[in-house]
Design a protein around this ligand. Structure first.
Ligand SMILES: [Zn+2]
Length: 267
């Protein structure tokens, strides 16, 4: 029976992948109740699907919390991305994409929560204070909360992580995760101490990226879960061949990537 994911830290930035060493303390942090904050309806599963599946199998209570999950009742005309995916309104995209996310989380064995805030380019339907307050309520008391952290090139991702780090969350520990498929598209992985530009003023001291070493079984589960996002895959360059390559590339780089932040007082 596989145990909790083993976190490993690279000792060099060179390519091909460097040797790794285990970080035992980090293993403890993915137990209990873990909330993975997903800006959109697919980010958490694409980025951390194997980790989530392995944690669930080890008994961790994992919640995928999507913040900009649209609102099913919206009649707003679909934005360019959702139009290209075949949707005509925000509400239609919300209903279909939430169903995709429901299936993906079911494959992983994770719980899921959706907040009704709008993604770019739709109306947000909430101030920054309201978004923070809603996320804080969902993550309060969690043993760990995982936030998007690299490369943070999508404005929704950077805005959300900046907001949550600036105001703080009432939870045990916070980690950043490397975002897929951005990491795959750029064909690079965060270096040991990489800090995405939007967070450079918010993170004091250094950051250390670790890799979550997962069994191939969990990479297969991740692939099945990601396949649930049918309306998104082709547009993301993740047809059957592309998705296999993304997961292979990720494994070759040592696995899904996390960087734990120093504990801080409640914000
Ligand atoms: Zn996203």
């Amino acid at each position: 029976m596989p145990m909790s994911p083993t976190l490993q830290t690279p000792t060099s930035n060179q390519s091909p992948p460097p040797p790794f060493r285990p970080v035992e303390a980090a293993e403890q942090r993915l137990s209990g109740r873990v909330v993975v904050v997903s800006p959109h309806l697919d980010d958490a599963v694409m980025s951390l699907g194997a980790t989530i599946a392995q944690c669930v199998r080890a008994g961790t209570d994992v919640v995928v919390l999507t913040v900009f999950a649209y609102i099913p009742s919206s009649e707003a005309r679909a934005g360019p991305w959702d139009t290209s995916c075949g949707y005509s309104t925000e509400g239609q995209a919300a209903r279909a994409r939430r169903e995709e996310d429901r299936r993906a989380c079911l494959v992983l064995g994770a719980k899921r929560r959706w907040l009704d805030f709008g993604a770019e380019p739709y109306e947000r339907r909430g101030s920054q204070e309201e978004i923070w307050s809603a996320v804080d309520a969902e993550t309060r008391g969690a043993d760990a909360v995982l936030l998007p952290g690299y490369p943070l090139t999508h404005p929704d991702h950077s805005e959300l992580s900046e907001l949550l780090l600036r105001k703080g969350l009432s939870c045990g520990a916070v980690a950043l995760y490397a975002e897929q498929p951005y990491r795959f598209w750029q064909r690079k992985t965060p270096l040991v101490s990489s800090i995405a530009p939007p967070l450079q003023d918010l993170i004091e001291g250094s950051l250390t990226w670790s890799r979550v070493l997962t069994d191939s079984e969990y990479r297969r589960i991740k692939r099945r879960a990601v396949q649930s996002y049918r309306s998104q895959l082709r547009h993301l360059g993740l047809g059957p061949f592309g998705l296999r390559r993304m997961i292979w590339h990720e494994a070759a780089q040592g696995g899904e990537a996390l960087a734990w932040l120093p504990r801080r007082a409640e914000g």
